[in-house]
Write a protein that binds this ligand. Sequence first.
Ligand SMILES: Nc1ncnc2c1ncn2[C@@H]1O[C@H](COP(=O)(O)OP(=O)(O)OP(=O)(O)O)[C@@H](O)[C@H]1O
Ligand SMILES: [Mg+2]
Length: 248
Amino acid sequence: MNDLQPALPVLSARDLCREFSLPGDRSLEVLRHLDLDIHEAEMVAIVGLSGVGKSTLLHCLGLLDTPSSGQITYRSGGQTWQSPGLNEPQRCGLRNQFIGFVFQFFHLLSDLDVLENVMLPAIVGTPKSDWKQRKPQIEAKARTLLETVGLAGREEQAPGTLSGGERQRVAIARALINNPRLLLCDEPTGNLDSSTSEKIHTLLRQLHEDLGTSILVVTHDPDLASRADRRLAMIDGRFEKSADHPSD
Ligand SMILES: Nc1ncnc2c1ncn2[C@@H]1O[C@H](COP(=O)(O)OP(=O)(O)OP(=O)(O)O)[C@@H](O)[C@H]1O
Ligand SMILES: [Mg+2]
């Protein structure tokens, strides 16, 4: 790669708006002409008051919600996808392969054991005809990820028998099973005590450094925000300029 040409961001959002319709012909403008770039192997923290639109932004970037207007560009390995303009298979493919999600409340499936929960996104992303052939690789990868997050030996347990911090580590392993370019984390330690949170913060930072995955994390926790390469403060549906461009 030419050193003089910096790599294009993994994700770019431009002029992003999200307005919700409310009862009585009212509406709520949550995202207001927001711009954002996330670069390769960058960890960015978003901070802001409750209700300012942080989760709404993550849902739009993660293709779980549709912005009212604006563009989002996803880039990986020389390929580019732009929303709007994606068909449903492309949206599903990006959600499954490009993005990993970690939520505050883990969202593990209680009917599956820990190993199966981690394997699930890889199973979903594999054509049924290849499933038998790929299963051993997927299982080996899931076991390695569980070891990385410190849960070796817990593979056959039900998620309900794990502590909150352990469940979140399963969710992080699950989010990484398809080698996503971007991990979107919405208050990943919002439901955990401070000592467990600290361990998850260390794990996220370590995974970020070891795997080079870009991370966008929404947090109210100053410790987690301080571990990011860049912090963005969200106010009035967009980012405070001084935080988005610290060198300005
Ligand atoms: N589907 C919806 N319909 C109407 N309003 C919504 C909808 N989803 C979110 N909102 C509103 O959008 C605003 C932003 O919500 P959002 O969940 O993004 O906030 P947040 O910054 O993540 O807050 P918190 O820190 O409390 O999680 C809130 O006022 C919320 O009520
Ligand atoms: Mg939120």
